[in-house]
Design a protein around this ligand. Structure first.
Ligand SMILES: [Zn+2]
Ligand SMILES: [Zn+2]
Length: 329
């Protein structure tokens, strides 16, 4: 009996060809059922919903095209402090990049094409969409729903396990894209310094560690408060970067809802949540806004309130700036 021809992985005739969908995010070809409709199945590689809709990859995106004005203003104020760069460089030289890297290599799981391949694919999607060199990505066991980017020359991204457990695949892409946004917007050095200062101040151990002199200098020059004040506003720019990757404002909105509502999010009405965001923004005049930022800073939150962030993203979409970028050649 003749040997049965093995089935070709590539569909050969017209009928099966029409049943293959190329993932708009990662480019992987996926075989789908005859009754396939958009978003009804997920890509086998990146796990994001399959759709025939296009996904834009930016070829020459500049940070100034999407940076939030509050971020730009606060960063200019920080950079205007005499001696800020040399003080921060001294601070970071003291901890060193290798210390950050070693601590994650030892305590967290490194994402590779084989280890958590769908997360690796999502990182690749965020990087190719914004035009950023791939950083290392780590997963750290941590019940706090959070993520961060740090480093000096070579940035790394860390996602907490609770975050991945709680978010859908699209929402996880949004968080990874937000972190890649920190790299694209050239935030990494300042963000790392801000986190380090917070950690030291929170630990109340400044006098016990060798860098204490430089910490004292940074605090006395007003660098610490300017830096922390900027860091909260910088988040708004990265939410915009996340939108440029997910290309769906509601993915950002739902991510914020989960950040706001935690495990309770399944019981929250999304439309009402958006309405709350819009109301919040409407009810704050410029003076109250300043006070709000001061509250955010003092509260010790690493990211500004999710309701505020969703209001900001909606406003950016309404302004037409986002659409303009999407249509740019
Ligand atoms: Zn894919
Ligand atoms: Zn961030």
């Amino acid at each position: 009996m003749p040997k049965k021809k093995p089935e070709s992985p590539e569909p050969s005739d017209a009928l099966t060809k029409s049943l293959s969908v190329k993932c708009r995010y990662c480019g992987q070809k996926n075989a789908v059922k005859a009754d396939y409709v958009n978003n009804a199945a997920n890509c086998g590689r990146c796990k994001l919903p399959l759709s025939n809709e296009p996904h834009k990859k930016f070829t020459a995106l500049h940070k100034d095209e999407y940076i939030h004005p509050a971020d730009a203003k606060a960063l200019a104020a920080l950079k205007a402090i005499p001696g800020v760069d040399s003080a921060l460089k001294k601070l970071l030289a003291w901890t060193g990049e290798s210390a950050i890297r070693v601590s994650f290599m030892a305590s967290a799981v490194k994402v590779t094409p084989k280890q958590c391949p769908d997360l690796y694919a999502k990182l690749q999607i965020a990087c190719t969409t914004l035009g950023v060199e791939m950083p290392d990505l780590f997963i750290q066991q941590n019940p706090q729903v959070n993520a961060f980017t740090g480093g000096v020359e070579k940035p790394i991204i860390v996602l907490h396990s609770a975050l991945i457990e709680r978010l859908s695949d699209e929402e996880t892409l949004a968080v990874i894209a937000h972190e890649v946004g920190h790299i694209h917007a050239e935030h990494v050095l300042y963000i790392t310094a801000a986190r380090l200062i917070e950690a030291i101040v929170n630990a109340s151990a400044a006098r016990l560690i060798p860098g204490s002199e430089i910490i004292k200098l940074i605090i006395s020059l007003g660098i610490a408060s300017a830096l922390l004040s900027w860091a909260r506003r910088a988040e708004l720019s990265c939410d915009r970067a996340a939108l440029l990757v997910t290309q769906d404002a509601h993915v950002i909105g739902r991510t914020m809802m989960k950040l706001a509502g935690g495990t309770f999010a399944s019981k929250i009405d999304y439309e009402l949540f958006l309405e709350q965001g819009r109301d919040f923004k409407k009810n704050y005049d410029a003076n109250r806004l300043d006070r709000f930022w001061a509250d955010v800073m003092n509260s010790g939150l690493s990211h500004p309130f999710p309701i505020w962030r969703v209001a900001e993203i909606l406003e950016w979409v309404d302004s037409g700036q986002y659409q303009e970028l999407m249509e740019k050649k």
